[in-house]
Design a protein around this ligand. Structure first.
Ligand code: SF4
Ligand code: SF4
Length: 465
């Protein structure tokens, strides 16, 4: 596949009485097919060669103008303006339930050695009531909750309590758990399934690497326990429809293709998420982090292998790739945390075990708390104040961002990743930057050269006709 050519399309006005303005964009072209992207609003449009030439020559037809106005590429007086900034209206709530964990993963940045504290029922009920009160005031009837740890299933009774108490207040909670799976018994799996709780199993790929990186607290390998938990989930009703989350490290890099084969062919999963390990000063094994060139290599090989597996008849997708494809084609915010830059403190917040409120799971940095549920202040008020005062909300940018086509989706990357790596929110999330600047252009290439793969890699959510 050839790489698309990229050009910046400069803004211009059309000379007529209607004061029509083209706002500019990034144009990607290959084989006389073109995709234009607006870096401010994240909107895009696919157009043919004739229309692209018309646009460049400042003579777009009425029909093309209409489409460009709809997608935020053209403005006429009174036309709807696309919004670049997201409002402050949390919908996703992380609750730190326990610091206890029966694993000791090599990349874990929580200080688990001496900690086994679990949230008290009193504080948990107060958090739930605080969320419910906020939902009532903002007219929300359905929210997302992620119980957090440690290993959240250690506090299974508390997870059920969250769901039941919110239900009692007329609020549906979509609960998502990331678990090491070792505590998933047949009984728990069945109950979780009946409660419609989403569970993602943490598995670092092949047995050898999993056991190297994810050992039990007693030092023994954890792979067999994880697999047993996963099988219990499947028997409990989930089938293969449970999540798979892997932390991807330098150990995994030589085995990426094998890992994906294993997921698709042996585990028969149809979707999974690979998260590149995040660097932090407290990580015990520094050698696990990928260099920039390794991240690039990872993203290219990941996409290539996904395409190959799908062409061989294994319908498997990786969720970060799916999110980014959807970002380009319909900016539908499929990833609540970062489809439009970091949503921490806007759409997502976290509570620690003492009722403090954080803009994301950054509870190890107490100075980033925006307040407490016990302050007697409303959530939006606390967040608005924090946006003006807190380090977490500092602008994240580098000189590369100025003309970056992926700005709308990235806006400097993950704030927590920067904070953990540097101790302050300054510059950009370098790992996310390399990932974006590698993967997005590859996805544009795919859209222009093999549009039929879009349907496959988005599980029929999007189709280019
Ligand atoms: S951090 Fe990198 S990918 Fe993100 S907007 Fe800036 S230059 Fe682009
Ligand atoms: S800090 Fe990172 S993980 Fe948290 S919401 Fe922002 S991008 Fe997502």
């Amino acid at each position: 596949m050839h790489n698309p050519t990229t050009e910046i399309l400069k803004p211009y006005s059309i000379n007529n009485d209607n004061k029509i303005e083209f706002v500019g964009g990034h144009g990607f072209s290959n084989h006389k097919r073109h995709l234009i992207l607006n870096r401010e609003f994240g909107s895009s449009i696919l157009i043919d060669h004739e229309h692209y030439q018309q646009l460049k020559n400042k003579i777009p037809t009425d029909d093309l103008q209409f489409k460009l106005i709809q997608r935020g590429f053209m403005k006429v007086p009174g036309s709807h303006e696309c919004q670049s900034e997201e409002s402050i209206l949390p919908k996703f709530f992380i609750i730190d339930l326990t610091q206890a964990c029966n694993f000791r993963c090599t990349y874990c940045f929580r200080h688990l050695e001496k900690e086994s504290k679990t949230i008290s029922t009193k504080v948990l009920d107060s958090i739930i009531d605080y969320i419910a009160d906020y939902c009532g005031k903002t007219n929300q009837r359905e929210i997302h909750i992620q119980p957090w740890g440690g290993e959240p299933l250690i506090a299974w009774d508390k997870i059920c309590r969250i769901q039941d108490r919110l239900k009692g207040k007329g609020i549906t909670s979509i609960i998502t758990i990331e678990s090491n799976a070792s505590l998933i018994t047949k009984k728990l799996a069945k109950e979780a399934y009946q409660r419609d709780i989403r569970i993602g199993v943490s598995i670092d790929g092949l047995e050898e690497i999993h056991n190297l990186q994810r050992r039990l607290a007693n030092g023994k390998p954890s792979y067999d326990k994880m697999i047993q938990g996963m099988m219990n989930l499947r028997e409990g009703g989930y089938g293969i429809r449970h999540g798979i989350i892997s932390v991807f490290t330098k150990n995994s890099l030589p085995h990426l293709e094998e890992m994906l084969e294993f997921f698709a062919v042996e585990l028969k999963v149809d979707r999974f998420k690979l998260n590149i390990v995040k660097d932090s000063p407290v990580m015990k094994d520094k050698g696990l982090c990928l260099s920039n060139s390794e991240i690039k290599d990872f993203q290219l090989r990941l996409l290539k292998k996904l395409i190959e597996l799908n062409k061989r008849g294994y319908p498997i997708i990786e969720l970060n790739v799916l999110d980014k494809l959807q970002n380009i084609l319909n900016r539908n915010k499929s990833n609540i945390c970062i489809s439009r830059g970091c949503m921490g403190g806007k759409k997502m917040i976290a509570f620690d075990m003492d009722g403090r409120i954080f803009p994301c799971d950054i509870t190890d940095y107490k100075e980033e708390a925006v307040g407490s549920i016990f302050d007697g202040k409303e959530l939006i008020t606390l967040l608005e104040k924090a946006h003006k005062e807190k380090d977490f909300f500092s602008e994240k940018t580098s000189e590369l961002c100025t003309d970056c086509p992926w700005w709308f989706f990235c806006k400097g990357g993950c704030t927590t990743a920067i904070k953990y790596k540097k101790g302050v929110v300054k510059g950009v999330d370098a790992a996310e930057c390399v990932s974006n600047r590698t993967l997005y252009p590859e996805l544009v290439k795919l859209i222009l050269n093999e549009p039929e793969m879009v349907k496959v890699l988005t599980k029929n959510k999007l189709e280019i006709v």
